[in-house]
Write a protein that binds this ligand. Sequence first.
Ligand code: PLP
Length: 332
Amino acid sequence: MKEITSFPKVSLGCFPTPFYKMENLSRKLDMSIYVKRDDLSGLAAGGNKTRKLEYVLADAMAQKCDTVITTGQAQSNHAVLTAVACRKVGLEPILVLKKRGVTGIKGNMLLNKIVDADVRFVDSDHYEDVYREMDLVAEEQEQKNRRPYQIPLGASVPLGCLGYAAGVIELFAQADQRGTRIDHIVCASGSGGTQAGLIVGAKILNKDTKIIGILTSPEQDFDKLVYNLALDTCKLLETDLNISKEDIILKEYIGPGYGLPSAEGTSAIKLVACTEGFLLDPVYTGKAFGGLLSLIREGYFKKNETIVFIHTGGLPALFAVDADYESKQELK
Ligand SMILES: *Cc1c(COP(=O)(O)O)cnc(C)c1O
């Protein structure tokens, strides 16, 4: 097996991120719930894409590219972190975003403006159209003698997953140090790379920890996508870690739709802010934590089991979602 440390990496964030027990909430729910604060990863407003981009942008630089093209929704955390990371390492960012969900200059749209990202909107609901536009933008850049590097949605490619294989190894080292066994890891899943990376990293360490991905947007065959990403990451590492379909655990807590606040998500945001004093977001982590609370209520976990929630970031969305959404009103 190739060592993860043998892959080139650019330093973009502040690691290790904090890991600790959510004491107040654990007491309240009579459970052991820990949090891995990847929202504090240190690049712009933080979040999970930082770990992925450390490997993906290193690859762009190794290939002597000077321009990076990526995509996402209008309020994409991945797109903005890519733009900020590009500025930090001297690459030119171009963001080809889906037009739906444009909110004006707030949240991540504001951050894109601060770092002068070249933002292009595609008026389509289908990523095929967006990827076609990315190809056109790449051609346009080549004609200008630029060397473009394309990053697909969420940087969920094997090199990006490597960031989370390394991330979970960092987490287990912290847990071992404090003598904490981890039975379950819960994270929001969107393009699958975080979950796939967590699965691969846990396998490398031979842990039987269950990795639970919580889907916050409706996706078809998402389990296959995560499975294939995990296999492709193993291929990159030149190893066979015996990953099976049973390793892919998915739960859906979408609410009214992707990016639209849900009642469960909103109440999870309030609960965590009022007990633990940190902020979840309405698009991913609020819904994922709401899902975790539902699973606890349904008796999915045993009382003596330890759960780690990966806080994947997303803070800017808290300030971007339209205030006229019903569930946002509940925050007032
Ligand atoms: C992108 C994102 C996720 C989902 O991660 P994937 O690797 O795309 O599955 C979860 N939470 C936040 C805040 C994100 O920005």
